[in-house]
Design a protein around this ligand. Structure first.
Ligand SMILES: Nc1ncnc2c1ncn2[C@@H]1O[C@H](COP(=O)(O)OP(=O)(O)OP(=O)(O)O)[C@@H](O)[C@H]1O
Ligand SMILES: [Mg+2]
Length: 579
């Protein structure tokens, strides 16, 4: 019985009862006090009317006459009259023999009147064994109190009167309570009815029966609340429909994805997956299953790599002899991890085939090309002007072919799985000086200035010396090849962790659109010019490989017709890196 009706009704009842009791007690007390006050005033008046005669008899010390007087008057006015001397000795009494009466100076009304005021008290009389109202008036002789004239009334009558009054009052109060309770019942029911309806409406919402409307005619706060409720219910219906639609769409999109998709909750349990994932792990009903139950430990160890700081992580893993590119993405807000498994076995095999093919062809081409070159050189020694022109063209093209084959072999070698750098401690300044000296003659022939901007002291560098030479040969070769006038500047700087090189020229520059493609294999900006100057587009690809093998970084800035700048950062301490 903890319903809203019961709660409202019980509170109403409580207030009604409290109010009724208070009003009842308060009014009853007021009536009683008023009544006693009126009686007191009449007694006072009576006392005043008797005062002169009593004083006279006291003055004459005629106490038997005094007693007879009060007895007679007492009967007459239906009140008890007592005359008490200042010291409390009863001189006369209308009901008893004063000689046998005890001393009265401890009676509250007497004590009060001795101070000169009219004493009054309502109390139980030990003499007559009933509740009485006392009025005590001091009797003055020559300004001094000689005695006290006390008049008293039995309160029995008043009490009977008050009892009747109280019963009536009680009746009225009970009737009032009954009416108030009936009204309270209706008020409580009126108040709780719309709330009850709201409750049942909300229950229906909770049970997803959302096609509801609340009806209540009078316009008050509860109606507004109910209307808002209605509004909310229809909003929720709309939102539900929208969310369900979006959910379906999302499910359809995820199912349509060829790659295996799985979403993991923060505990590593599956919360969403698509058909491709189910067929990958050859299991159904995967929801709430820990990912460790369906994928090998090698995969689950990757999960620890993905966290708040490292939100995106990609790694190749092998499952059932197939290679998967596994991308893990941590959703920051929900701490969920989205995993995408893309089968790259075929792609990898193709790439490997391509690499093997290039490596094999280059290898097979190298020996015959070297022998062709040797024979051409022998033939050129004959110095036959007729044939030497053609032989020189053949030699130039053979040189170009050998150059391509060599570059391809370098790339193939660096792409091998077991390729290792030969790490030595080397002086970067010496390295730059050695490599740049190779180009001195070529640059002088072209009228280009070589500027070496190298500090006196640079920390030694741990790197593969031969590979770094290849790197700078390629960069300086490009700078010289693609610069007609001006200079080529090579600079180096270092801090505690890295050494920073730059190769800058004042040449033709690279168009912005081509900048992010120049490190691709065989990518040349201008094919006809490259053919002319003998470029194949492999140089920068080799450069990039070498930098990455050293865990370094390369970037390029270029302005067309102004020049190009290549910036290389290499860590001072390099570790042998597997390709
Ligand atoms: N310093 C440079 N100034 C202008 N263009 C450049 C410069 N360095 C590279 N390039 C452009 O980038 C392309 C790729 O350079 P890359 O070194 O890979 O090939 P290449 O020099 O043409 O041939 P290879 O180096 O294999 O003989 C070049 O064809 C050229 O157009
Ligand atoms: Mg080049």
């Amino acid at each position: 019985m903890n319903s809203i009706f019961y709660r409202v009704f019980s509170r109403y009842v409580f207030i009604i009862l409290i109010l009724s009791v208070v009003i009842f007690l308060f009014s009853f007390t007021i009536i009683r006090t008023n009544h006693i006050n009126t009686l007191s005033s009449s007694l006072e008046n009576l006392a005043i009317s008797l005062e002169d005669r009593v004083l006279e008899l006291i003055r004459q010390k005629d106490y038997s006459q005094l007693d007879a007087f009060v007895k007679e008057k007492g009967k007459h006015i239906n009140a008890r009259i007592t005359v008490i001397r200042k010291d409390g000795v009863v001189l006369a009494d209308s009901e008893e023999d004063p000689a046998i009466m005890e001393n009265h100076n401890n009676r509250p009304e007497i004590m009060e009147s001795i101070t000169g005021r009219i004493g009054r008290s309502v109390r139980f009389s030990t003499t007559v064994q009933t509740e009485m109202l006392y009025i005590a008036m001091p009797l003055l002789q020559n300004g001094d109190i000689t005695a006290v004239l006390r008049l008293s009334l039995f309160l029995e009558e008043i009490n009977t009167l008050l009892a009747t009054l109280r019963n009536r009052f009680l009746m009225i109060t009970l009737i009032f309570i009954a009416i108030a309770m009936v009204l309270a019942f209706y008020f409580a029911r009126d108040l709780s009815k719309p709330i009850k309806e709201l409750v049942s409406t909300s229950r229906r919402i909770a049970e997803e029966t959302l096609d509801i409307t609340y009806q209540d005619n009078p316009q008050n706060e509860i109606t507004f609340l109910a209307n808002n409720f209605d509004e909310m219910a229809s909003q929720i219906t709309r939102l539900f429909a929208k969310t369900n639609r979006q959910k379906e769409e999302l499910r359809a999109v995820i199912s349509a994805i060829q790659e295996a998709v799985v979403v993991l909750n923060p505990e590593g349990k599956i919360s969403l997956y698509n058909n491709s994932f189910a067929s990958l792990v050859k299991r159904e009903n995967l929801k709430h299953i820990p990912i460790g139950d369906v994928l090998p430990h090698k995969f689950t160890s990757l999960l620890s790599q993905v966290n708040e700081e490292n939100r995106y992580y990609t790694r190749e893993i092998e499952l059932d002899g197939q290679i998967y590119l596994c991308s893990l993405n941590c959703l920051k807000t929900r701490k969920e991890i989205v995993v995408l498994l893309h089968n790259v076995t075929e792609l990898k095999n193709l790439r490997q085939m391509k690499r093997d093919f290039i490596a094999n062809v280059s290898h097979e081409l190298r020996t015959p090309l070297t022998s062709i070159k040797g024979f051409i050189e022998t033939l050129l020694e004959d110095e036959n002007p007729e044939t030497s022109r053609y032989l020189n063209i053949i030699k130039r093209n053979t040189d170009r072919l050998i150059h391509i084959v060599e570059d391809l072999l370098i790339l193939s070698e660096m792409e091998k799985r077991d390729f290792t750098l030969k790490i030595d401690t080397l002086n970067p300044v010496h390295l730059i000086e050695n490599v740049s000296s190779i180009f001195k003659q070529k640059m002088e022939a072209k009228g280009l200035e070589l500027i070496l901007d190298l500090p006196v002291h640079l920390p030694s560098l741990e790197a593969d010396e031969f590979k770094l030479e290849q790197l700078f040969v390629n960069l300086i070769d490009n700078a010289v090849k693609y610069t007609e006038t001006g200079s080529v500047t090579i600079s180096a700087r270092a801090d505690e962790t890295s050494v920073y090189f730059s190769v800058t020229d004042t040449g033709i520059g690279i168009p912005e659109d081509d900048l992010n493609r120049i490190f691709e294999r065989f990518y040349v900006v201008d094919k006809s010019r490259s053919r002319r100057v003998g470029g194949t587009g492999l140089g920068l690809s080799i450069v990039k490989h070498i930098v990455l093998l050293h865990q370094g970084n390369i970037s390029v800035n270029s302005v067309k017709k102004k020049g190009t700048e290549f910036l290389i950062t290499l860590p001072l301490r390099s570790t042998t890196h597997l390709s």
